[in-house]
Design a protein around this ligand. Structure first.
Ligand SMILES: [Ca+2]
Ligand SMILES: [Ca+2]
Ligand SMILES: [Ca+2]
Ligand SMILES: [Ca+2]
Length: 369
């Protein structure tokens, strides 16, 4: 047996990640011709520290891309369809590609503003026709919400955009409630391991909740173990919620997943599955083991409590491999029973040591199979 590097992306996983990166880096730009030169800045992130609804304050950051002829960046707030824009600030071009601008507390938002935009302005005064936006997450923690009977979002997914380093760059995606008639916003909170609210992050308009970013290595309350999403409407804030774990990839990945099939029959396996603990086991209470297919279907096998340095799990002889399954996948799971977005897999090979340890993206849509 030999040990593989922690992450070696298979072709399909690499392709998938590239697709995700393209998708993410293109959000917020209006559809436009594809250009080799890109003036729209990248990674626009804002964290609101003004606790009042309709007022913001805090740091907005972004990275410049192409800068030829560029004079400044204009920060605006706007509605979903980019109408009714209000200029918040204009920041001159500088030598570094990393920008951060401090929006003063008590900066009033225009009514119905749901997005922040960073637009590139040229020396001739024109704005570039591509720009970058981020969903406006308005901290509203100064008001105590009324409890309301509202449906919850379908689910919330947490992804670490910086999946290659120890840095945590949170991206949060909310899949809205089936019936959003009485819902205007979703409100995000940090939760402790009991599911109690620790601190509000802010509220986001339902139309913008499909993708949010928090700052790289954002300061969280010490006991934060999950993020809870509550529905909000004119009647108040829902008592129910959906939650997601806070997963830092690769730190929360099980490592060196290995399996050797000792069952001599085709389509059946048996043998010892082994793996090593994730580098960081905080937020991890168990590991969930699945059969997995190329197209992301998952077939639950078992769950093993966390807290050890190395793990060994016996798969009984004559265990049938589901038709489409080609691999065994292990995911970290939290106190709420939720799996991390990425897991580690080993390919099932009959009568030969498994030699691959790569990460695989979780696909909860296939969990019912
Ligand atoms: Ca204020
Ligand atoms: Ca606010
Ligand atoms: Ca990371
Ligand atoms: Ca076999």
């Amino acid at each position: 047996m030999y040990s593989e590097p922690l992450i070696r992306f298979s072709k399909s996983v690499r392709l998938f990640l590239i697709v995700i990166m393209v998708l993410v880096s293109s959000i917020g730009m209006l559809p436009s011709r594809s250009l080799a030169v890109t003036y729209a800045p990248d990674h626009v992130v804002f964290l609101d520290t003004d606790p009042d609804e309709g007022e913001i304050g805090g740091t907005i950051s972004w990275e410049s891309r192409d800068t030829e002829g560029v004079a400044s960046y204009v920060i605006t707030a706007s509605t979903t369809y980019h109408a009714d824009q209000a200029v918040i600030a204009e920041v001159p071009l500088k030598d570094s590609k990393f920008y951060s601008y401090s929006i003063p507390e008590n900066t009033k938002l225009p009514e119905n503003a749901v997005k922040l935009n960073v637009k590139t302005k040229f020396a001739n005064g024109e704005l570039a026709d591509e720009w970058m936006v981020c969903a406006l997450i308005d901290n509203t923690s100064s008001a105590t919400p009324q409890a309301a009977n509202l449906p919850t979002a379908k689910r919330v997914v947490f992804t670490d955009y910086d999946y290659l380093s120890n840095d945590l760059f949170p991206m949060i995606r909310v899949e809205g409630a089936e019936d959003e008639t009485n819902i205007t916003h979703y409100v995000l909170y940090y939760l402790d391991d009991k599911g109690e609210k620790l601190q509000q992050i802010g509220q986001v308009a339902k139309e913008e909740s499909w993708l949010m970013k928090l700052p790289r290595n954002v300061q969280m309350p010490e006991k934060a173990k999950a993020i809870g999403v509550y529905s909000k409407g004119p009647s108040g804030e829902s008592t129910g919620r959906v939650t997601t774990g806070i997963w830092n990839i690769p730190n929360h990945l099980p490592r060196n997943v290995m399996f050797t099939d000792t069952d001599p029959d085709q389509h059946e396996i048996g043998g010892t599955l082994t793996w090593e603990r994730a580098t960081d086991e905080s937020n991890i209470t168990s590991y969930q083991i699945y059969f997995g297919s190329i197209d992301g279907k998952k077939f639950f096998i078992d769950e093993v409590a966390a807290g050890k340095s190395a793990y060994s799990y016996q798969i009984p002889e004559n265990t049938m491999v589901p038709d489409e399954a080609t691999r065994i996948e292990i995911y970290a799971a939290n106190a709420f029973g939720e799996c991390s977005d990425f897991g580690t897999q080993t390919i099932i090979q009959s009568d030969a040591p498994s030699a691959e340890t790569i990460i695989v993206r979780n696909n909860p849509a296939g969990m019912d199979d």
